[in-house]
Design a protein around this ligand. Sequence first.
Ligand SMILES: NC(=O)c1ccc[n+]([C@@H]2O[C@H](COP(=O)([O-])OP(=O)(O)OC[C@H]3O[C@@H](n4cnc5c(N)ncnc54)[C@H](O)[C@@H]3O)[C@@H](O)[C@H]2O)c1
Length: 419
Amino acid sequence: MTGRIADPTLWREGTERIAWARQFMPATTALAAELRESGRVHGIRIAVSDVLEPKTATVALLLAEAGADVAVSCVGRDTDDAVAAALVHAGIPTYAHRGATDAEDRDNVLALLDHHPEVIVDDGAATIRLAHTERPGILGSMAGATEQTTSGVRPLRTMEREGALRIPIVAANDARTKSLFDNAHGTGQSVVLAVADLLDQSWAGSDVVVVGFGRVGSGVARHAAALGARVTVSEVDPVAALQAAFAGYAVEPLADAAAHADVLISTTGIAHTVAVEHLERLPEGAAVAVGGGAFQEISLLAALDAGAVETSRRGAVSVLRLANGRSIRVLDDGHCINVSAAEGNPIQVMDLSFGVQLSAVDHLLAGRGTLTPAVHILPRSADDRVAALALGAFGGGLDAVSSAQSDYLTSWRPRDVTP
Ligand SMILES: NC(=O)c1ccc[n+]([C@@H]2O[C@H](COP(=O)([O-])OP(=O)(O)OC[C@H]3O[C@@H](n4cnc5c(N)ncnc54)[C@H](O)[C@@H]3O)[C@@H](O)[C@H]2O)c1
């Protein structure tokens, strides 16, 4: 066995679930077939560091089928042990086991980096950053890395600004086929359904506060409203706040909104968004959850330091009695709820996100030696290709710009635009 996993005997169950997921990933599968035909990834060492469930495993297997030398890692709380076993059974070194400690998570990433990847496919940029701090010797021979999330792209841009970034990065998150669908639709749906399932209560008429109205927050608000909730949005960006108001939601500072929340969901992806003073404004019995995913996005450790006590726990729902005497329900210890306590984003959405990731791998390898150590955007043509493949799978058809339109679009002389 290569890698470090919990239980290799679970491989059959994992293999079945991967095979099921694969049927619903037509864009990713088609792009992997193109990679195989072009020979672009043949013999290339690729590290995949992402939530380890059947959709991610499908990507790892497709890359391996295209000829890449693939290895995988994942943090313990986002690992499906049966899927990890299936990958190892298929010959892919995998470093991931449910329940791993922080130290074990870190060792697993370092073990992945010791495969000397030429490309990293990352989610959260932890692996890319550890490569820079702990394994800088591998960077010189790398083609680059591709990063899937908003919160991962942010520190990579900081590294670029500070001159610390040493490899080209594709901001897969910023591709239109990623963030307009995964963040807005997939995460909106999966976060709201995960919270609803854990709370086991009707949302009709309940008061839901969504913190942050970016792409994820707008999707969470829309799905909560669709279940009948009264939605209030808290924002720090006036434009985003105004968008929330135009979408029909109440907009309030968090300290005011928290005071009437039945359910509060943070979607900012920024640590300490929901501070102890916000938690202490919540009514008795309110529930809090995270859809963004930063460590301590809800300041639970600070609440414990301030005197809060966990009084009970059932599955992923714990009850925290705050220092002010009120009790609130905390969903899965404030981890990214749709991933840590549910199945993650829907397959059709991840088909797009992973299609973007494979296109980014192709772009990095095609530009090897010419791409600068900076954060790059996936070319529009590649983004369009992912969308067109997925649209085809949806049974949709597309028009093309006519030559008359094209003439109009490319002319500038005043007479050409006179009505
Ligand atoms: N759970 C998932 O499956 C999943 C999927 C995609 C993205 N994400 C993560 O979700 C997070 C958000 O992603 P996004 O694409 O929506 O980002 P975004 O930048 O579009 O939106 C974040 C919003 O939060 C607002 N904000 C920041 N601080 C705030 C505060 N104190 N109070 C209120 N609002 C505040 C910002 O103004 C911004 O509008 C990121 O961390 C991203 O990585 C999670």
